[in-house]
Design a protein around this ligand. Structure first.
Ligand code: GLU
Length: 421
C-alpha cells in the first residue's frame, strides 16, 4: 500500500508501520484513520549552505522537520544531528513521538527534526552556524504554539539556546517557549536534563516490582553516558542498584561490585570519556552482552538486533534510547522471557519535563525542583500502571500495550475533530 515506495520509505519507517499495523489489527482501528496516521501531515526538507571555519569550503547541508499529527495541540519532538539522518528516519521518529506524547497524556502531536551532518568534528562556531541557518529555514513551520523542538542525538542545551536566539531575533522579542531543553539561564527547566534517565529508572523499578524482583541490589549495565545514560546510572546508584558497566564513544568501564557513579560524574567532568576512570577496569567486549539483571540501552537506535539478541543476559531491558531494539530482536527477546520497557514509555520522561518547561515559559511561571520531580514521577508511574493493566488484560507485552494506549488516544482525537472541509 502507501507504505511501499512512498517518500518516507526507509528501514525504520517500515518497522514503525509494521508495529502500528499489528496493533491496529488488534484494536480494530477505523480503516480511514488507520491509513491517515501512516503518513505525516507536514514535512519540510531544506538545504542550506554551510561554511566551515576554513573559509574556502562551502558545503550544502540537508535538513528535515516532520510533523506527524496536528490534531491535539502543537507538535513536539527533538532535533538530531547525525551524518546518515534521512526523511524516512525522521518521519518514523515523529510518528513514535505522537504515540509517546499520547501515552503520558500530553497535549502534543509528534514531530522530529534532523540535520544530516556529523556534529562530532564540528567546532563550536561551525555548530552555531549550522544551527542558526537550519532554524531560519524552519521559521515557516515552528512556533511556541505550532511546533516546539528539543534536543535529541547530537544536539544539546547550547543548540537549543542558539535556536531560541535565532527565532527570537526574527520575531523581535524573547521567545523562551520556542524550544525546551534550554539552559536554565534562558528559562530552561532545572530538571529537564535528568528527567529522561530518572523517568526510565522509575518505570523500570515499577516493572520489576510487578515481576516480584527488586531494583535495589540488581546488576545494571548502561550503554551510553550522555544525558539519558548518565542520569539513569545516577538514579540506579541512588536506588541501591549496582551499575556494573557503562560505556560511551571513547570506551567502557566495568566494576563487578558496582561503579561509584558520583565519582564517575567527577571523572567525566574533566575527561572526554568514561574510559580511564580509576574506579573500574577498562572493558573492551560487547557492553550489551555483559552479565546483568537490567540492561539500559541509552545511546543510538538499532543496537539490539537478531544477531546479538540471543547473547543478551539481562532479564529486563529499559529502552532509554529511541528504537534501540529491532522488531526481530524484540520477538527473540520476548520468546526468551526478557521483559522490555519500550522506548515510547521508558524515555517519555524527556518530553514530560519538556512539557513542564514549555508550560512554565508560556505562563511565566516557576516550579521548584522538588515539585518538578514529583510531577514527573507521578506522570511516569501513572502511565506505567495504565500500560501494565492493558498488558495484563490483553495478555500482551508492554510495547504492544503502550502502543494500544497511544494509538487509541491519537485516533480518538482525530475522529472527534472530524474532517475538514
Ligand atoms: N528527543 C526527545 C525524545 O525523543 C525529547 C523530545 C522533547 O522533549 O520534545 O523523546
Amino acid at each position: 500500500m502507501i507504505v511501499e515506495n512512498n517518500l518516507f520509505d526507509s528501514h525504520m519507517y517500515k518497522e514503525v508501520i509494521r508495529q502500528y499495523d499489528e496493533v491496529s489489527d488488534l484494536i480494530n482501528l477505523d480503516s480511514n484513520i488507520r491509513e491517515r496516521l501512516k503518513l505525516p501531515q507536514r514535512s519540510l526538507v531544506v538545504t542550506f549552505p554551510f561554511r566551515r571555519d576554513e573559509y574556502d569550503e562551502v558545503e550544502t547541508v540537508i535538513g528535515y522537520r516532520v510533523q506527524h499529527v496536528l490534531s491535539m495541540g502543537p507538535t513536539k519532538g527533538g532535533i538530531r544531528y547525525a551524518p546518515d539522518v534521512n526523511l524516512g528516519e525522521v518521519t518514523a521518529l515523529a510518528i513514535l513521538m505522537s504515540w509517546k506524547s499520547a501515552i503520558v497524556g500530553l497535549p502534543y502531536g509528534g514531530a522530529k527534526g534532523g540535520v544530516a551532518i556529523d556534529p562530532n568534528p564540528l567546532t563550536r562556531a561551525e555548530k552555531q552556524r549550522v544551527t542558526r541557518r537550519y532554524t531560519a529555514e524552519l521559521l515557516p513551520i515552528i512556533g511556541v504554539d505550532k511546533d516546539i523542538p528539543a534536543p535529541d542525538l547530537g544536539t544539546d542545551e547550547q543548540t537549543m539556546a542558539w535556536i531560541m536566539d535565532t527565532y527570537s531575533n526574527f520575531v523581535g522579542s524573547p521567545q523562551p517557549g520556542i524550544v525546551t531543553g534550554k539552559p536554565v539561564s534562558l528559562g530552561g527547566s532545572i530538571t529537564r536534563r535528568e528527567s529522561t534517565g530518572r523517568g526510565a529508572v522509575a518505570v523500570g523499578q515499577a516493572a520489576m516490582e510487578k515481576l516480584g524482583k527488586s531494583y535495589k541490589d540488581s546488576r545494571v549495565v548502561i550503554q551510553g553516558f550522555g544525558n539519558v545514560g548518565r542520569y539513569a546510572a545516577l538514579d540506579s546508584y541512588e536506588r541501591g542498584a549496582k551499575v556494573v558497566a557503562v560505556n560511551d564513544l571513547g570506551g567502557a568501564v566495568m566494576n563487578n561490585d558496582g561503579l561509584n557513579i558520583p565519582e564517575l560524574f567527577k571523572h567525566i567532568a574533566k575527561n572526554p570519556s568514561v574510559s580511564g576512570f580509576s574506579g573500574g577496569e577498562e572493558y573492551d567486549g560487547e557492553i550489551l552482552e555483559v552479565d546483568c539483571d537490567v540492561l539500559i540501552p541509552a545511546a543510538v537506535g538499532g543496537v539490539i538486533t537478531s544477531s546479538n539478541a540471543e547473547k543478551i543476559k539481562a532479564n529486563v531491558i529499559i529502552e532509554g534510547a529511541n528504537s534501540p531494539t529491532t522488531l526481530n530482536a524484540d520477538k527473540i527477546l520476548r520468546e526468551n522471557g526478557v521483559v522490555i520497557i519500550p522506548d515510547i514509555l521508558a524515555n517519555a520522561g524527556g518530553i514530560t519535563a519538556s512539557y513542564f518547561e514549555w508550560v512554565q515559559n508560556t505562563q511565566n511561571y516557576l516550579w521548584k525542583e522538588t515539585e518538578l520531580h514529583e510531577k514527573l514521577i507521578d506522570v511516569m508511574l501513572t502511565a506505567f500502571e495504565e500500560v501494565w493493566t492493558i498488558s495484563q488484560k490483553q495478555s500482551c507485552d508492554l510495547r504492544t500495550a503502550a502502543l494500544i494506549k497511544g494509538i487509541k488516544r491519537v485516533a480518538a482525537a482525530k475522529l472527534t475533530r472530524g474532517l475538514f472541509p
